[in-house]
Design a protein around this ligand. Structure first.
Ligand SMILES: *Cc1c(COP(=O)(O)O)cnc(C)c1O
Length: 368
């Protein structure tokens, strides 16, 4: 972030309209256009967006929703919030994304939806997924990491029935906290607009800019407060303008990593997809435990000591306390997710890093 975001914030502060208003609307329209979908609905986070999307689709107790076992816990938590049951599917160790063959094994009569995750910015293989799921099973994309990603000429957020993005600072563009739901379904979009605003059937903007001062909304269903502030909307607009530049810059540095580290047989590097565009939210490698000079955690510790910050890609949901206790999972239930959690390693990739920073990362890894 920089001066442009500060100017955008100042404008909102001076306007006096602080929450979900004209800036949020503008951000929604621009975001929908960029991701080539008809509607975008801003919310407080991707987690809240996944929850609302599930509620909006009528998912609830008695239903099952398939989610990958290697993802941020929020993907599965959102299913639990609705009273439905998350059914974990294993992931592919090469792409880190959901294993379609395993999804197929886990589909049952109660399956209502699948939430493929475009992990680290690489789109899940949606066409293969569509081939194996029944027609009445809905695809909800967890596109938290995938702003600007493409799959066979289509953009993330428009690959399933509904998609959800995150603007947490760990993602490519940020509003501090925030999320966006995308869809081509106009009824669902209107429903989501009500759900995020306590169930109100008209927005505050409509209420306060009309000519009927006595007007109050109807509240026909249980809603939530998931409104994005106009402060965030204004920052989001500026950030969205920078998205392509951010991705292109990260793409160049990921190519640099692949060039400079290609000959290290023990470290598998993420590739560009053959048909599509990686959004490079993160550059997540895989340490081959059989050939690496040391176990992953020791490698990470050595790099930390050299001033290079690495992190695991993410965690495996079935290994988290709440899920272990609630579903009785053990580590080996999802071997792909277990291995990805144990051996993935994100290298530094950020638009504020300098040439020297990247060179230092490479040198420190080669020194191992
Ligand atoms: C970051 C992330 C989320 C959560 O996003 P929030 O905006 O923090 O709620 C969900 N799923 C995945 C895959 C993520 O990476």
């Amino acid at each position: 972030m920089g001066e442009d975001e500060i100017r955008a914030l100042r404008e909102v502060v001076e306007s006096g309209w602080l929450t979900q208003g004209p800036k949020v609307s503008e951000f929604e329209i621009a975001f929908a256009e960029h991701h080539r979908v008809d509607y975008a609905v801003a919310v407080t986070s991707c987690t809240a967006g996944l929850h609302l999307a599930l509620v909006g689709l009528g998912v609830g107790p008695g239903d099952e929703v398939i989610v990958p076992a290697f993802t941020w816990v929020a993907t599965a938590n959102a299913v639990l919030y609705t009273g439905a049951e998350p059914v974990l599917a294993d992931v592919d160790r090469t792409t880190f994304n959901i294993d379609v063959a395993d999804v197929k094994r886990r589909i049952g009569p109660r399956t209502r939806a699948v939430i493929p995750v475009h992990l680290f910015g690489l789109c899940a293989d949606i066409d293969s997924l569509k081939d194996i799921i029944p027609k009445d099973v809905t695809i909800i994309e967890d596109a938290a990491c995938a702003a600007g990603a493409e799959y066979k000429g289509r953009r993330a957020g428009g690959l399933g029935h509904v998609g959800v993005f995150s603007f947490h600072p760990r993602k490519s563009i940020t509003t501090g906290e925030g999320g966006m739901i995308t869809t081509d379904d106009s009824d669902l979009a209107s429903h989501l607009r009500r759900l995020r605003d306590h169930g109100a059937n008209i927005s505050d903007e409509q209420r306060h800019s009309g000519s009927k001062p006595y007007l109050m909304p109807e509240f026909d269903e249980l809603g939530f407060n998931c409104r994005m502030t106009d402060l965030q909307g204004a920052v989001g607009l500026v950030q969205l303008d920078k998205l392509d530049r951010f991705i292109n810059e990260r793409k160049q540095w990921s190519a640099y990593y692949r060039r400079e580290l290609a000959d290290l047989g023990w470290l598998r590097l993420p590739e560009e997809p053959e048909t599509g565009r990686h959004a490079w939210q993160a550059f997540v490698t895989y340490v081959n435990p059989e050939t690496a000079p040391k176990p992953r955690n020791e490698i990470m510790t050595a790099l930390e000591a050299a001033g290079v910050a690495t992190r695991p890609g993410t965690h495996a949901v079935h290994q988290l306390g709440h899920y272990r206790k609630r579903f009785g999972f053990s580590d080996d239930d999802f071997p792909g997710a277990r291995d990805c959690a144990a051996d993935s390693m994100a290298l530094p990739l950020h638009n504020r890093m300098t040439d020297e920073d990247y060179e230092r990362v490479v040198e420190s890894i080669r020194n191992l």
